[in-house]
Design a protein around this ligand. Structure first.
Ligand SMILES: [Zn+2]
Length: 82
């Protein structure tokens, strides 16, 4: 009788856990459709255009919108550190 009770509880917990897992899987699948969260913007030190931090390139705590601008800025500065 005691074993039957334990098995019943385990079954209830397993069903509950499956439902929670299913719900969480649905929630995570929904996320890519949602609009992206606001991103941190950084200013390019060469052209002063604001770019999302994820797309920007950093060098010496300065930010650039692309590699060409970073190289242009580095060439403009000095080439002694190369
Ligand atoms: Zn730029």
């Amino acid at each position: 009788m005691n074993l039957l009770r334990i098995l019943t509880w385990l079954l209830v917990i397993w069903i509950f856990w499956s439902m929670v897992k299913n719900y969480l899987a649905k929630e995570t699948r929904k996320k890519p459709g949602k609009p992206a969260l606001p991103q941190k913007m950084v200013k390019c030190d060469h052209c002063f255009v604001h770019t999302p931090e994820a797309d920007a390139l950093s060098h010496d705590s300065r930010w650039f919108c692309n590699r060409a601008h970073m190289q242009a800025w580095l060439g403009h500065k000095s080439v002694s550190d190369k």
